[in-house]
Design a protein around this ligand. Structure first.
Ligand SMILES: [Zn+2]
Length: 405
């Protein structure tokens, strides 16, 4: 099938004759850059194509318009739809050729439509038809990339969606921790078709696991990697993939880079990763509160020093989420970042909280904190259970009739 995203060659070849010598030499240089950018684009090197075309685009004129067209196509292929539209608009404003202006206008319109019909990251809901499209598994691999992300998947749309979402999610997690420099690596994301394919490629993990994040050391170079699974056990597109699993695993990599490998306490890295998920799972808060009520919760000192979730892993995750969410809710964003930074520099948990909150050190602080957290957790749990019950009874078509079987 013809690739509909290839720029019609006629738009790029038909250059008007330059009228002055100065303009001519500038134009020659631009033509050279455009040819180079076009070759890079054809070989699938979108980032380099953009870079090569940018000076020609900035030089303006008819060649500038053509350069914007290449940039727009590269951005489109990288899944950067909004900025692709910007480039199409700039092409349209720069060109004096009606053919090019019409083409850029049409493309911008098509991409705008695509944004509207594509997955909407802000809602997290996947429309029925998109879920069907994303469940398709092709024999060949497809690739997509963003500045810090490289994706390989068996579905071209899924590869693009993951690349663009992952970049946004990574930056959110990275700067949310308090990082002040750019995230320094390119993360490789491998999307396996099903559990079987995942298990064969990913590091040994529990049976229920369908995603992992890890940092490979290849000849002294650190390469972060995420393995994901496209389909659930029913062969449907895994609806948790984009909104829960992807942000969770990306957050682990951001934490690992910010704190240093294996330097962040387990409760904190898991708590942060669960908080990064879109629409946190209420069952975690409910379970945490219930464990306090049943006097089964792990003590705060044990929880923050635990290195492996050996005893009741589900409870460990729930309590970790509950504690990190509690701390986050009681601190300003600057205080929370300061808390993370104190932990990062080796400060014990209790000291880190007190320093971040500007409280002078007190021996009994941790007991007080534990008590306040417990109350908060039980209240949250009760509230969420009440909401769940209300939603469930609202979802029933009619009030149950006591007389019916
Ligand atoms: Zn995790």
């Amino acid at each position: 099938m013809i690739n509909r995203y290839i720029i019609p060659a006629v738009l790029l070849i038909a250059a008007p004759v330059a009228i002055t010598v100065a303009a001519e030499s500038r134009s020659d240089k631009s033509v050279e850059l455009i040819q180079k950018a076009l070759a890079l684009l054809e070989s699938g090197n979108e980032n380099a194509a953009q870079q090569a075309a940018m000076p020609a685009a900035n030089a303006g004129g008819e060649q500038g318009a053509r350069a914007w067209l290449i940039i727009a196509t590269a951005r489109y292929r990288l899944g950067e739809l909004e900025s692709a539209i910007e480039a199409y608009d700039l092409c349209r404003k720069t060109s004096s050729s009606k053919t090019i202006r019409d083409y850029a206008f049409d493309r911008a319109l098509t991409v705008r439509k695509e944004i509207r019909t594509r997955l909407k990251p802000e809602t997290g809901e996947i429309p029925q038809d998109a879920a069907k499209r994303l469940a398709k598994v092709e024999q060949v691999f497809h690739f997509a990339s963003a500045p810090n992300i490289f994706v390989r998947a068996r579905n071209p749309e899924l590869a693009r969606v993951i690349a663009s979402r992952a970049q946004i999610l990574l930056e959110k997690a990275w700067y949310g921790l308090g990082a002040e420099i750019k995230y320094p690596h390119q993360i490789r994301i491998f999307v396996h078709a099903d559990r079987h394919e995942y298990a064969a490629a990913a590091p040994p993990s529990p049976d229920w696991s369908c995603a992992t994040a890890r940092v490979d050391n290849i000849d002294g170079k650190l390469i972060p990697r995420i393995d994901l699974t496209q389909l659930d056990e029913n062969g449907q597109f895994d609806s948790r993939l984009l909104d829960r699993i992807l942000p969770h695993e990306l957050c682990h990599l951001a934490v690992s880079e910010y704190f240093g490998p294996d330097r962040c306490p387990l409760f904190l890295t898991e708590g942060l990763a669960m908080m990064a998920e879109k629409a946190g799972d209420p069952s975690r808060q409910i379970l945490a509160g219930q464990s306090f009520m049943a006097d089964d919760a792990t003590g705060i000192n044990d929880l923050v020093s635990q290195e492996m979730p050996l005893r009741k892993p589900e409870l460990f995750y729930s309590l970790s989420y509950s504690l990190v969410e509690f701390l986050h809710s009681r601190m300003s964003s600057a205080q929370f970042k300061a808390f993370l930074n104190h932990i990062r520099t080796g400060c014990p948990f209790s000291h880190a909280v007190q320093r971040a909150m500007g409280i002078s050190y007190e021996e009994g602080f941790i007991a007080l904190l534990a008590e306040t957290w417990k109350k908060h957790s039980m209240q949250q749990s009760a509230l969420l259970q009440a909401v769940q019950q209300a939603v469930q009874s609202a979802g029933k078509p009619d009030k149950p009739d006591a007389g019916k079987p």
